[in-house]
Design a protein around this ligand. Structure first.
Ligand code: CA
Ligand code: ZN
Length: 297
């Protein structure tokens, strides 16, 4: 199985970045990644304001998927996530929902051992490994890896985890996927501004669904299907994700708008993936059992 090393990274998603790794549709492979600080914070002496921000938010890739063409959908299945032996959580003035209450920067190193993140002597958190950044090259322009959008990227969605499938629109030949920003644990919203940031390796399987209309990322777990929307205004993000789900239900369940809208209200949940970046990501969850959906496409 191919293993893609973490030294080939991009800092933005752009069709100008030539692919460095290559896979076939249907291929399973490993990707090694550094943490979102490019490994600059290894001890509690290093503070967030001290690091070189120009090498933050690196993503490994681009990985070209043979046969993926604009107008197709890339299906990325997460098969395994292996974490490094420690993670880091920084606090820094301005960071997160209550950032104004932080007066000085502080770094906490959190050991990762035996399935737990050892937050302190009394608190051990069961690991919930997830991929913060997973995206493809957009049709035009260049988008920094910290900024989520219709091309995926820094969605910071805790459901990008083992067993999930992420569906991304393909905008350029080969899709030119990249990923990074693993978290050992993170709750919805990423409220203090970071997850337990860690390096690691990820096993993925990619498939190409030919000529399938998709405007923005969707996600599928064993239990549910999700639409995801990232916008600077939270209300706009909610409206977009809700509209995407209504259109999905209309198509999949053969309903008119009013009935799909009612079904949305009766069975679906709005959730917040990421609240603390400038661009916010929300998702709408449609439970699979109730809707008898077998798979997204
Ligand atoms: Ca992130
Ligand atoms: Zn992160």
């Amino acid at each position: 199985m191919k293993v893609f090393a973490k030294d080939q990274v991009v800092f933005d998603f752009s069709k100008a970045n030539a692919p460095v790794y290559f896979v076939e549709a249907g291929e399973t492979f490993w990707v090694e990644t550094d943490d979102c600080y490019s490994g600059q914070i290894k001890t509690e002496k290093v503070l967030r304001p001290d690091i070189d921000i120009s090498i933050m938010d690196c993503s490994v890739g681009p990985i070209a998927v043979n046969g993926a063409e604009p107008g197709d959908v890339l299906c990325v299945e997460v098969l395994a996530i292996q974490l490094a032996e420690q993670g880091v959580m920084v606090t820094s003035p301005g960071l997160g929902v209550l950032g104004e209450k932080i007066t000085k920067a502080h770094t906490k190193i959190i050991p990762i051992k035996n399935g737990f993140a050892e937050f302190n002597e009394r608190i051990k958190l069961p690991l919930t490994p997830m991929i913060g950044v997973l995206g493809v090259a957009p049709a035009e322009g260049s988008v920094h890896c910290a900024v989520p959008g219709d091309h995926g990227s820094n969605m910071d969605t805790k459901l990008v985890k083992v067993g999930s499938r992420v569906y991304l629109p393909v905008f350029v030949s080969g899709a030119n996927m990249a990923l990074g920003d693993l978290h050992a644990c993170m709750g919805d919203g990423e409220l203090s501004g970071t997850g337990i940031e860690t390096a690691g390796r990820v096993c993925l399987k990619v498939d190409v669904i030919k000529k399938q209309k998709l405007q923005r990322p969707m996600l599928e777990t064993a239990e549910a299907v999700y639409t995801l929307a990232s916008k600077n205004d939270i209300n706009e993000a909610i409206k977009t994700a809700v509209n995407d789900m209504v259109e999905f239900l209309m198509l999949k369940k053969d309903l008119d708008f009013a009935d799909a809208y009612r079904l949305l209200s009766a069975a679906c949940d709005i959730q917040i993936s990421q609240l603390v970046n400038e661009t916010i990501t929300v998702r709408v969850k449609a439970p699979k059992l109730d809707l008898q959906l077998q798979s997204v496409f």
